[in-house]
Design a protein around this ligand. Structure first.
Ligand code: BTN
Length: 334
């Protein structure tokens, strides 16, 4: 099942009308007259809307009333009233897909798709950093964003780091939880991973043609199940869920706030204001000044983290020598 934000015009019309008149009942005839669609079409849309998790009460002789919205990240829920200029102006939603990242890459060259968000309820072949698998059960937020940036290729490594910062700001704003950032793109709560970022970049004639940012958030997932499957992987340091099981929190407002925060970071990068991103990331980082060990393509590096460089590389002091690390998984020594 796939939905997008630009088709389904009839359904969205009925839904919007129900939303804006949810203190009264609306008869099928009223809806048909106001929206200029047949009564059969009204009925079909109501049936579909209900199947998407919205609760619509119906009373004989009175009509329909929307009593509860959905918790599904449906595309029109994301795009409507979203306070951004580009990001999230267009959206796709899947109930299941191999990887939102793969789908986003397929559509990314099209100029119409600049800012598009691709979301899936679950992924069957979710991709993590460094070619790893990413477990993506129902309950998490799995999304990819297509962008056509104007900034330099060298800055594309700073973008997912900034995206992690944007997500941490959102978590603090919406849920008031204390969040830390682990280099490069991990978001942690109580030293356990709650979210990660991935980036795929296409380059043409030395310029970024498009980039696709993948965001995986353990929003409301079963942690013991996830732990069981992840425990044996060598980069595992603990996972956590943002929302405890059993709590009814909608992810919709959360995702929309994240897109607003992310656009702020994106605009800073486009203006070359990397310093602001680096300073704010550093304030929340659990990595700076830590003794670490990291496996890189040039072998193992052991040392103290000094700072984040202008492009997001990690500067580590090893035996009185400064090393620049572009990619890898760090292990904290204590
Ligand atoms: C990491 O390894 O920490 C990054 C994980 C990124 C996972 C997200 S989920 C949505 C998007 N689709 C994918 O297949 N991967 C990214």
């Amino acid at each position: 099942m796939i939905y997008n934000s630009f088709d389904n015009v009839g359904l969205v019309k009925v839904l919007s009308f129900l939303k804006s008149h949810n203190i009264e009942y609306l008869s099928g005839q009223d809806l048909s007259d106001v929206l200029k669609i047949s009564r059969v079409a009204v009925w079909k849309h109501i049936k579909k809307i209900r199947s998407l998790g919205y609760k619509i009460e119906s009373k004989q002789k009175l009509g329909y009333r929307l009593v509860k919205s959905t918790n599904l990240l449906l595309p029109w829920e994301i795009t409507s009233d979203l306070k951004t200029k580009t990001i999230g102006k267009r959206a796709y939603y899947f109930d299941s897909i191999d990887s939102t990242q793969n789908f986003a890459i397929e559509i990314a060259s099209n100029s119409k798709e600049n800012g598009t968000v691709v979301i899936s309820q679950k992924q069957t072949r979710g991709r993590g950093r460094l070619g790893r698998k990413w477990l993506s059960p129902t309950g998490g937020i799995w999304l990819s964003i297509v962008l056509h940036p104007k900034f330099d290729i060298a800055m594309s490594t700073l973008f997912p780091i900034g995206a992690a910062l944007a997500l941490s700001n959102t978590i603090e704003k919406i849920f008031g939880k204390k969040v830390e950032l682990k280099w490069p793109n991990d978001v942690t709560i109580n030293s356990k991973k709650v979210a990660g970022m991935l980036i795929d970049v296409s380059i043409e004639s030395n310029k970024i043609e498009y980039l696709v940012l993948g965001v995986g958030i353990n929003f409301k997932v079963n942690i013991s199940q996830l732990e069981k499957s992840l425990k044996s992987s060598e980069n595992f340091y603990g996972v956590t869920s943002l929302i405890e099981n059993g709590k009814d929190e909608s992810p919709i407002l959360f995702v929309k706030s994240f897109l607003v925060e992310l656009e702020k970071i994106f605009e800073l990068l486009e203006k070359g204001e990397n310093k602001i991103i680096i300073n704010n990331w550093t304030k929340k980082s659990s990595t700076i000044r830590k003794d670490i060990s990291v496996s890189t393509s040039d072998g193992k590096i052991n040392g103290k983290v000094i700072k984040l460089d202008n492009d997001g590389a990690l500067i580590v002091k090893e035996n009185n020598q400064f090393r620049r690390i572009m990619a890898g998984d760090i292990i904290y020594k204590h």
